[in-house]
Design a protein around this ligand. Sequence first.
Ligand code: PRP
Length: 190
Amino acid sequence: MLEDDVAKVLISEKEIQTRTKELARQISADYAGKDLVLVCILKGGITFLADLMREMTVPHAIDFMAISSYGASTESSGIVRILKDLDASIDGRHVLIVEDIIDTGRTLNYILANLQTRHPASLRVCTLLNKPSRREIQIPLAYVGFQVPNEFVVGYGLDYVEKYRNLRFVGVLKPEIYQAKPLPSQEVPT
Ligand code: PRP
């Protein structure tokens, strides 16, 4: 069982649902009457996007970007390559990026700079999780679901070597799992 690899539940399914509804209500009010595009950053953002959009009442399009981080380390280097670009133009449209987690901020810093050159009417960020203790580049976050401590979190879209994304909650991975096979995409807590 995947759950057996989780040391503790950090944010329950119910807590995620409640907070997602609150964010969706706020976003729907803020973007009323605007041409809104939700941009999901693959892959981790898909679960949050799927739930958030179904709670939103304001009309909107969805689009996707996939990026890959360069560098020797599996940590995000900030030097990224676009594997899949947006399908549609965002010129003159209101863009809200939907992410699962902001860690160092390097990935989002690149994406924001890249999308800004395409002249959106506005460009803001909605993230389910924020790990401020790891931040290297300050990013303005318009909507944040939860602040999380510097622990190795998985579930609800977040993976460890592509597993655990389908857990319905956000949990802390048991250290023996990532210490046995050290390929973390997050800093191992000290
Ligand atoms: C995660 C997350 C963000 C990024 C945040 O993606 O979804 O895109 O890392 O890290 P940063 O703030 O340090 O740049 P990941 O590279 O794990 O890819 P995935 O979503 O496909 O799992």
